[in-house]
Design a protein around this ligand. Sequence first.
Ligand SMILES: *Cc1c(COP(=O)(O)O)cnc(C)c1O
Length: 417
Amino acid sequence: MKGQRKGPEMSDHPKLPPAEMQPATRALDAGLAPDPFTGAIAPNLVASVNNVFIPGSAGFSAEGADLTEQPFLYARWTNPTTRALEERLAGLEGAEDALATATGVAAAAAVFLTLLKSGDHLIVSEVCYAGVYELSTRVLPDFGIAVTACDLTDPAAVRAALRPTTRLIHAETPCNPLLRLTDLAALSQVAREAGVLLSVDSTLATPVITRPLDHGVDLVIHSLTKFMNGHGDALGGAVIGRKDLISRIRSRAGVYLGASLSAQNAWLILRGLDTLFPRMRMASQTAGELAAWLARNPAVARVTWPGAEDHPQLTLAKRQMALGGAMIAFQTRQDPSIIAQRMADRFRVIHYAFSLGHQRSICVLIGTDEIQRSTFRMEGTARKRWQDWAGEGVFRLSVGLEDPADLIADLDRALRE
Ligand SMILES: *Cc1c(COP(=O)(O)O)cnc(C)c1O
């Protein structure tokens, strides 16, 4: 160790505060200083579940999980590696604090079960991630929480759905799987006027494309399993926002429901976040090329990509999104179930599989009959709104980091007779 600086002086390493960094630099750095004892630059993987403390300095109750006094006591609250991830996530979203959870659904559950109690009312997007939709509309009512599924793209419909007991509006933009957008500034104004909190699932956007807090949103939810980690090898989720809200959610849901993120997965996700900006920029660029190719293909009936000049909400997309993103939805002229089978048989590069946001491209058919039967159960005008975007079914294509020519060749194989 001769000649190597070690010891506390290393902690004086001069560092730009995250707020002064450009966003792409923040993705690499916020929350991470070199290790004060070894000078190591890469984050430590601290596996320890518990930490020693001075007798009398910590109590037994889990209440008030404010991390200022005792940041590391027991890993269900947080852990040094998980905390480095939380600080980096807060930096990326321009927030005061973040809570990392075991999955994206656990993050949504943490928000709902902290902010809502029996007798309260939740307004949820009529189209959102199936697991979050089913949690809202099937599980919460069993606990005496009233839930209205609403078209959040229509502020008048949201105002009409408000009740004196409404406590939270939960949106998703772009929404999975239709890639319909919600105007966050307009929705946050409705929420603010009504004195209601607004949470937004920003999994498909990532902070590279949209920072919901800049548009007046109270809480951002992510499935870190998707683009944030970006490698399909770790589950994770996060809630990001004001310190007072995050402390409440940490003590209620993080600590009592117990869906904390493991240090090992936090470490993998920190590694994934290092390349978030270049991955999103490259995948978005490729998605633009694929969307244009699909739009010219006679086998394709409709393509939805938020970066396209013919997206029905182009003005909003330009105002709210820095890039078109890595997700494409498209409809085929032929029976989509036949095309889905051809994809499974003929794809050589793309995987026919569920999930999204990985380095490898993934495609799956979301059949209208099937998802309506299993999840959304829409009728009347809501069903018509769905069908206007999805027809008999949409292919949800999550664009990865492969060469666009290989992806186009694969799509061509599947779309050809
Ligand atoms: C995948 C996904 C989730 C759920 O995330 P998990 O990590 O699988 O629990 C939530 N919202 C959106 C938009 C998703 O795509």
